[in-house]
Design a protein around this ligand. Structure first.
Ligand SMILES: [Fe+2]
Length: 589
C-alpha cells in the first residue's frame, strides 16, 4: 500500500491558512438544524463564515500545565474512551471525545506534532476551540465541528481540560480538493460487540478486536464502519444479562466497546464514516410511529449513537450523506434503519407472517426467495428435506409488497441523484446491508425487500463504476449485484464486497444451526454454491469466507478501484477453498 505516515503530513500551507481559519463549534445536536435537504447534501454542512455557536464558543485556549506524562502512551483516565473524528469533508470535520469531568475543555488542531503537555497546544496551532464542559445529559460526550480546513491535509487534534489533563492525540485527513487526483485509501468493516459474561475479563469476540489494531496500523484516509456498532438487544441478553433499551443503557454498551484499546486506536488513527443498523436497537428493529414505546426506543437509540459516534445526522434524512473525495471517488452513506419498514421475520415473530412458517421444521422458512428447483438442489447438497417443501406464495407476496422498503422513496431518490450526478471516476455506496442475493435468511437484507431491491439493482447497473461495500452478514462475500444470481456479470453490473464481522458472531456458527449437517452443510453451500461458477449453477462469488473476523482495504485511483479483504492480522484473506480472496478489482468504465 501507498504509505502516508503521520510524519509526512503536509505542512506547506496549513499554518499560513491558520491565520484565517474559520471555525464553527457545535456541541452535540446543536449543529444539525439545517439538515433537511435530501436534494443537496452540501446543504447539510454548517454555514461558512466565521460565526460560532454553542454554549461555549469562546475560543478559549488551554492553560495550566499537566503532570509529567507521555500523552500518546498514557492518556489521562478522564479521556478513557479516547477520541474520534467523523463526517470529514474537504474543509470540515466533527471531533469527538468523552471527558469524565466537569472541567471546561478545549480541542486543538495542528498540522505538526503536539508537545508533551497541554501548555503549548495553542502555540502555532491551526486552532484551539473552547468547548465548555462536557454535558452530563450526553454522558459527558462532546462533539465539535471545525470548518475552514485545508483540503487533502493531514491534521492532528487533542482535547485538554483547563487543568491540563490531555486526551490522546487523534488524526484525520481532509478530503482532497476536486482537482487533486491522489489515490484515496480507506478500510471498512462492521458488526462489533465487546459483550462479555458476568465476571469475565475478556469479551466473547476478543480476537475480533485485532481487526481494529490492524486498521489502526495502516495509513488510511478514513475508515467506513458498518452498523451493529453495539448489540443492545435480546441477542446479547444471554451474555450480558440485560437488554439495553434506554439511552443510558445503550451508552454503557458503547463504553464497553471503547474499553477495548484496539477499537480506540482505530478511532483515533483516522476519521470514520459510520452506519447504524438494527442491533443498536433490537434484532430486526423497525420503527412504528403509531407505537409510543417503539418511538421512544428509536429516539434513545439515535441519541446514544450520535452521542458516541461523530456522524452527520438529521431527523429528516437520518444518516444518509454524500462525501466527495476528489476526482476519483464519491462516497454515499445509506441509512437503512430510519425509514425501513418491518422485516418479514420480525412480522413472523409478531404472529403477522404465518405463511412464512416452513411446514416441516415448523419454524420460519430460512430460504424463502430461492426458486424451488434451487431448493431441491440444496436439499440434496445439504441433506435437509425441509427445503423440498414449497414456499407458500402468500409468504412471497408478503415479501414482494411494493410498499415495503429499506431506504424509502425519498432516500432512494436522493441516492439516484447522488449517483447520476456524480462526476467522480468511482462511486462507493456504503450499505451496511448486502444487496447481493444469496438466499439464506434474507429477511433483514435488501433481498427481503425485493421490490425496492429490483429498482436498486437497476439503478446501480445504470451508473457504471459504482461499487457497494457492505457488512451485516458477518461474512466476507464478494460478487455481482444482479437481478438474476448466477448469471455471468454483464458490463455495468455493480460489484459488492461484504466483509466482517469485526468482532461479533461469525456466519459459519450462525448458519450451521439452520442445517441438520451443521458446519459441513455450510461449507458445502460456500464451496459448491457461493464459490461455484455460474456455468455450474453457482453464484460465482470471487470471495467467500464465513468464519473469519475480517476487514478490507480499498484503494481508489483514477482508473482502478481495488478491494482487498483481510483477516484480523491484516494479511490478505483466503477463501473457504484456500484460494486467495481478492483483490477485487473494478476498472473505470
Ligand atoms: Fe451484526
Amino acid at each position: 500500500m501507498h504509505l502516508r505516515p503521520l510524519a509526512a503530513i503536509r505542512r506547506s500551507s496549513g499554518l499560513l491558512r491558520a491565520v484565517v481559519l474559520l471555525v464553527l463549534l457545535v456541541l452535540v445536536g446543536a449543529g444539525c438544524t439545517d439538515d433537511s435537504a435530501w436534494e443537496d447534501p452540501a446543504a447539510r454542512r454548517p454555514p461558512a463564515g466565521g460565526s460560532t455557536e454553542g454554549p461555549s464558543a469562546s475560543g478559549r485556549t488551554a492553560s495550566g500545565a499537566g503532570p509529567d506524562r507521555t500523552v500518546d502512551d498514557r492518556p489521562d483516565p478522564i479521556f478513557a474512551q479516547g477520541v474520534a473524528a467523523g463526517a470529514v469533508r474537504t474543509d470540515s470535520v466533527l471531533l469527538w471525545t468523552r471527558a469524565s469531568t466537569g472541567a471546561p475543555l478545549t480541542v486543538t488542531i495542528r498540522t505538526d506534532e503536539f508537545g508533551p503537555d497541554c501548555t503549548g497546544d495553542s502555540a502555532g496551532a491551526v486552532t484551539t476551540i473552547g468547548l465548555g464542559t462536557a454535558p452530563a445529559e450526553r454522558d459527558r460526550t462532546v462533539r465539535a465541528r471545525a470548518t475552514g480546513l485545508t483540503p487533502g491535509t493531514q491534521y492532528r487534534y487533542r482535547f485538554c481540560t483547563n487543568r491540563g489533563e490531555a486526551s490522546e492525540v487523534g488524526a484525520f485527513r481532509t478530503a482532497p480538493a476536486p482537482d487533486d487526483a491522489a489515490p484515496v485509501e480507506f478500510a471498512f468493516t462492521g458488526d462489533v460487540t465487546a459483550e462479555r459474561a458476568a465476571n469475565a475479563d475478556e469479551p466473547f469476540y476478543a480476537e475480533g478486536f485485532d481487526v481494529y489494531a490492524a486498521m489502526a496500523g495502516l495509513p488510511l484516509d478514513f475508515i467506513a464502519h458498518g452498523g451493529d456498532t453495539i448489540y443492545a438487544d435480546d441477542v446479547v441478553k444471554r451474555n450480558t444479562g440485560f437488554v439495553a433499551r434506554t439511552r443510558a443503557e445503550k451508552w454503557a454498551r458503547y463504553r464497553d466497546n471503547l474499553a477495548q484499546p484496539q477499537f480506540r486506536a482505530a478511532r483515533a488513527s483516522t476519521s470514520t464514516y459510520s452506519h447504524w443498523d438494527d442491533h443498536e436497537w433490537d434484532n430486526g428493529f423497525a420503527r412504528d410511529p403509531a407505537d409510543p414505546a417503539n418511538e421512544a426506543h428509536f429516539r434513545a437509540g439515535v441519541e446514544a449513537f450520535t452521542d458516541y459516534t461523530p456522524v452527520d445526522h438529521s431527523p429528516e434524512t437520518g444518516i444518509f450523506s454524500v462525501y466527495r473525495w476528489g476526482p476519483n471517488l464519491d462516497v454515499v452513506v445509506l441509512d437503512e434503519t430510519t425509514f425501513r419498514t418491518t422485516p418479514v421475520d420480525t412480522m413472523f415473530d409478531e404472529g403477522r407472517a404465518e405463511a412464512c412458517r416452513n411446514p416441516v421444521t415448523r419454524r420460519i422458512e430460512r430460504v424463502p426467495t430461492a426458486p424451488q428447483d434451487l431448493r431441491n438442489r440444496w436439499a440434496d447438497l445439504l441433506g435437509d428435506a425441509w427445503l423440498r417443501a414449497p414456499v407458500d406464495p402468500a409468504c412471497l407476496a408478503l415479501l414482494a409488497d411494493p410498499r415495503r422498503h429499506v431506504l424509502g422513496p425519498e432516500q432512494f431518490a436522493a441516492l439516484d441523484r447522488a449517483l447520476r450526478s456524480s462526476t467522480a471516476a468511482f462511486r462507493v455506496v456504503l450499505s451496511t446491508n448486502p444487496i447481493q442475493e444469496f438466499y439464506v435468511a434474507p429477511y433483514g437484507r435488501f433481498e427481503g425487500y425485493p421490490a425496492e431491491r429490483a429498482r436498486l439493482v437497476e439503478l446501480l447497473a445504470s451508473v457504471p463504476g459504482t461499487v457497494v461495500l457492505a457488512t451485516d452478514v458477518h461474512a466476507t462475500l464478494a460478487g455481482p449485484v444482479d437481478l438474476e444470481p448466477g448469471r455471468p456479470a454483464v458490463p455495468g453490473t455493480a460489484t459488492e464486497v461484504a466483509v466482517g464481522p469485526a468482532a461479533a458472531g461469525r456466519r459459519q456458527d450462525i448458519w450451521s444451526r439452520y442445517f441438520a449437517q451443521g458446519d459441513e452443510a455450510v461449507d458445502r453451500l460456500a464451496t459448491s454454491f457461493f464459490r461455484a461458477p455460474a456455468e455450474q449453477g453457482g453464484l460465482g462469488m470471487s470471495c467467500v469466507r464465513l468464519d473469519a473476523f475480517a476487514f478490507a482495504t480499498v484503494r481508489v485511483g483514477p482508473d482502478r478501484l481495488e478491494v482487498q479483504p483481510r483477516d484480523r492480522t491484516g494479511a490478505p484473506l483466503a477463501n473457504v477453498d484456500g484460494t486467495p480472496c481478492g483483490p477485487v478489482v473494478v476498472t473505470r468504465p
